[in-house]
Design a protein around this ligand. Sequence first.
Ligand code: MN
Length: 284
Amino acid sequence: MKICRFNHDRVGVVHQDRVFDITSLFNLSLTWPHPPGDLIASQLPALLPEIREAFTSHPSYAVEDVHLNSPIANPGKIVGAPINYKAHIEEANADKEINAGKTYTSIDQFGLFLKAGSSAIGVDDVILKRFPDRRTDHEIELAVVIGKEASCVKREEALDYVLGYMSGLDMTIRGSEFPTFRKSVDTYTVLGPWLVTTDEIENPNCLRMSLDVNGELKQDANTNLLIFDVERLIEYASSFYTLYPGDIIMTGTPAGVGPVEVGDVISAEVEHLGRMTVKVAAWS
Ligand code: MN
């Protein structure tokens, strides 16, 4: 199923060209301290059978008439995988603006980074280029959404902890600061258009993806080129910290990264996960 968040505080099922509003199925009463994890992602796994059965009885709208937000409203963590495609490591080591004097070796030497949850936007939002004069790159990535608490998970069971997948953009300012700082700018994580549940994705490690800027193809690859595949990333991340429902793993970008400018339109898609078309505007 395709699950979206729309018009800020509504949860929907996307079916054909309609969005069915299933918000009333969730318990949204507040508690404090709030348990870790996104409220909707925490409740979604248990509700999926009921949703599947009954979503068409809920009010619906044309997809084009709603505002699609980040499918996950409150990710506790957005985990990022650096240098997870061989061809991207090569391009990064060949470009001083990307490597800022470092030599990239392997993901197990560099580990993972975190992006601020406040950087997440949806496909009907706009990327606001924060610093007009600093190189700011597009990175298309498969985004994995965690569906249940995961600590020290072995790769054989890793996919049991996944709620679904999304197309994602890990927008990145180039420079010498820590990646976590350069990649956490407001609007620099684009997710969606919706979350696709695992039953629709046979193998997350074999999904084609492509990205173009103003109609010009820039990135074209397949997750079968991942160095750490989805299972290994979950195993690796959860060996250091607990993953909670709604946590997101950005699996890394393939080769072809490059700068965007104000006025550009980015169109990107991971196979089966939906296309996003997002504008770049000036921050003010
Ligand atoms: Mn990235």
